[in-house]
Design a protein around this ligand. Structure first.
Ligand code: AMP
Ligand code: MG
Length: 332
């Protein structure tokens, strides 16, 4: 059993490792830390693969970044609602996927919520909007109001105040691209950590500690991860504070208001983009509606729900199969 250098304290132990050489690399990209641990036949191949992996993430940043006014998404977000714009093939397929999951989650996940973020000033010092302002923001919010034509690649926003925020799926999409680039460039196995979202590929099993919602460095439980991605959403790390009240960064697009900080959701899925989308969606749904929505979907998900001064773990059968120790209770 080989212990890997700490990857943000989340990845604990590498169980199986066929690759002869492992190299690790960290970079700051998309506003957060991206760490690769890559197994390859030799050091040169491993280094080339990490370089290719990093490049695709930088490329995706130029497509999705909402901090960069020149990114493709930023330009679409500023486009004339009367004229519309043409999207690249890459952004078209990503927004097509995101639109599909907005429908499937019945709007719990909805990146077309920029006007709501403006109403709450979540990117600034924060404010509680008046009822009238919130209603106006809701009236121009929601991906279904945008024209996203995946055949003609046309994009039109409904209003000058409407925009798309990639914060709920961008990291997952980047991990997806990175894993593909690493594999295409000779990596045999890899463990990626992008701001806390993990992706593991190849002939490698990793024990990942899932943090408690209120204490990032203490482990609630551990899961065995093999060719899977682990994404967690909570309100504990990013928030605004208005008149002494904290409001988290995850909004319920259906009501327009921040979701109360009830705990956290962890989703384990083979596709990192879907893991990222679903952890945000299930956080909005909450444990009761979330468990109901998950019925029969075959998805591994864990809800850590605050109950007094501790947390109750509720999880699907698929999640229990990943646990380090046999489950005593199951949420299903
Ligand atoms: P995550 O940390 O993956 O759960 O994503 C949270 C981020 O997604 C927030 O910081 C916002 O940028 C964005 N976001 C907030 N609420 C939603 C939502 N309901 N659907 C999609 N994206 C959201
Ligand atoms: Mg997410």
């Amino acid at each position: 059993m080989l212990k890997l250098p700490a990857l943000l304290g989340l990845v604990a132990v590498l169980l199986g490792h066929s690759a002869p050489v492992w190299i690790q690399r960290s970079n700051y990209v998309m506003g957060t830390e991206l760490t690769f641990a890559v197994g390859a036949a030799d050091r040169g191949t491993g280094l080339l693969a990490t370089e290719a992996g990093l490049q695709v993430v930088h490329r995706l940043e130029r497509v999705l970044s909402d901090w960069d006014p020149e990114s493709e998404l930023s330009r679409l977000n500023q486009s004339d609602p009367k004229a519309g714009s043409v999207m690249s093939g890459e952004l078209t397929s990503l927004l097509g996927l995101v639109l599909e999951w907005t429908r499937k989650t019945r709007g719990a996940f909805d990146p077309g919520l920029g006007s709501l973020e403006d109403a709450w000033d979540v990117r600034g010092s924060g404010r509680v909007p008046s009822r009238g302002n919130l209603d106006s923001a809701l009236a121009i919010s929601g991906l279904l109001r945008f024209e996203i034509d995946t055949i003609a690649r046309r994009f039109t926003r409904p209003d000058t105040g409407s925009w798309i925020d990639a914060g709920g799926f961008g990291k997952g999409a980047a991990l997806n691209e990175a894993v593909r680039a690493l594999q295409a460039n000779g990596a045999e196995a890899g463990i990626l950590n992008f701001g806390g979202q993990i992706a593991v590929f190849g002939d490698t099993t990793v024990v990942v500690d899932v943090a408690r919602p209120d204490a990032r460095l203490s482990s609630a439980l551990s899961v065995h991860i093999h060719n899977l991605s682990v994404s967690t959403s909570s309100q504990s790390e990013r928030f605004i504070e208005v008149d002494g009240v904290r409001y988290g960064h995850i909004l319920d697009p259906r009501t327009g208001s921040p979701v109360l900080p009830w705990g956290s959701v962890t989703v384990v899925h083979p596709d990192p983009t879907i893991a990222d989308i679903l952890s945000t969606a299930l956080f909005v749904m909450g444990p009761a509606d979330g468990m109901e929505w998950l019925q029969g979907q075959g998805i591994a998900a864990l809800f850590q729900v605050r109950s007094g001064d501790h947390f109750q773990n509720i999880y699907t059968r698929e999640f229990s199969h990943l646990l380090d120790h046999p489950p005593i209770i199951s949420g299903e």
